[in-house]
Write a protein that binds this ligand. Structure first.
Ligand SMILES: [Zn+2]
Ligand SMILES: [Zn+2]
Length: 340
């Protein structure tokens, strides 16, 4: 390495911060201005989002029972599991958003493509949705839209059919190599249309049952389930850690650990946002982590971050001594007491 490092001209502070696992301490893509506020804003009906999930839900409720077959149901289970596990959890959340492990670019693109098929948003939409919450929930207070702090039914309507327009939002700065990725830009522009090739293929193979259960029912279940788990994960469940100074805390929701591929261990995630492993204790089901271990064995994933290898986080307060990863004294498990 020489002083005239050619990449110095291409310095990307967001990318550097992600590589240093600074997501442990802050939301690295969100840039605050003097007036930035997480509390002031208005919830507005968002037509495209509302019509998208509304039509998928209606199609599922009306056509699902009419065209039910066990084969179509198996397709629904299989495609939902693959898109949520490989796509949403590993591709979008653990890799693209948190950079909690490294992998070849083609693997990342394949996983993010699967994540787009979930039907929530394209890659940039997912980064925006996730990071605005991550940013807001670390503040002492934020709008109830961002904390899932409203009543169950109102929160459902808000999250599935509306958007929050903050009066003074932070600036979202996406790392350059992701922001300029032509494949991700293509997925972003066409995220709803990405269902079409699969819809045509499923219809050709299995007729209406495969079309309804392989596309409409899967998207409805995934998008509605994402909201439902989000509501529980910020309102009800178990907590092992508190994050000092954060107005919103996460909860572990063990009853849906398996179906969410480990994402429901949200108290763990608030405590260790940059960890690729979402389970901390034995008995916590984390299928996304199991698949990641398989990818590692195949040589397709490395630099896998876990609570044991992340920088020490002062703000973390263990709520009870139940074998949590870090002790009250902050000494933690071997190798964690590295202050930034
Ligand atoms: Zn959260
Ligand atoms: Zn996250």
């Amino acid at each position: 390495m020489t002083e005239a490092e050619p990449n110095a001209m291409l310095a990307d502070p967001v990318d550097d911060a992600l590589q240093r696992a600074e997501g442990t301490f802050r939301s690295v893509r969100m840039i605050d201005g003097a007036a930035t506020s997480a509390t002031e804003g208005a919830v507005r009906w968002k037509p495209v989002k509302s019509i998208w999930i509304g039509s998928m839900t209606l199609a599922t409720l009306i056509l699902g029972p009419l065209f039910f077959t066990w084969g179509a149901f198996a397709l629904f289970i299989g495609t939902t599991a693959v898109t949520i596990c490989l796509g949403h959890s590993l591709g979008m959340h653990r890799r693209l958003i948190h950079r909690s492990f490294d992998c070849p670019a083609w693997v990342e693109r394949m996983l993010v493509y699967c994540g787009t098929l979930v039907g929530l948003a394209g890659p940039f939409g997912m980064i925006r949705q996730h990071d605005i919450r991550d940013w807001a929930q670390r503040k002492p207070a934020c709008h109830p839209y961002l904390s899932h702090g409203s009543s169950f039914l109102r929160d459902g309507f808000w999250q599935l059919h509306c958007d929050l327009v903050l009066r003074h939002p932070p600036v979202l700065q996406v790392e350059r190599h992701v922001a300029e990725d032509r494949f991700y830009r293509f997925l972003e522009r066409t995220f709803m249309a990405q269902q079409l090739p699969w819809a045509v293929a499923f219809f050709a193979i299995g007729g209406m049952p495969w079309l309804v259960w392989g596309v409409a029912a899967r998207v409805t279940f995934s998008v509605t389930g994402h909201w439902l788990v989000g509501w529980f994960a910020h309102n009800r469940g178990r907590r092992t850690y508190a994050v000092a100074g954060a107005g919103v805390q996460g909860y572990n929701v063990p009853w849906c650990g398996l179906v969410t591929m480990g994402e429901a261990y949200h108290n763990n995630h608030h405590a260790f946002p940059a960890s690729a492993r979402l389970s901390l204790r034995s008995g916590e089901t984390d299928p996304g982590w199991w698949v990641l271990l398989l990818l590692r064995r195949l040589g397709l994933a490395w630099n896998i971050r876990t609570p044991e290898t992340l920088p020490f986080r002062d703000a973390l307060v263990p709520l009870r001594d139940d074998g949590g990863v870090r002790s009250k004294a902050g000494a933690g498990v071997p190798g964690t007491a590295v202050r930034p």
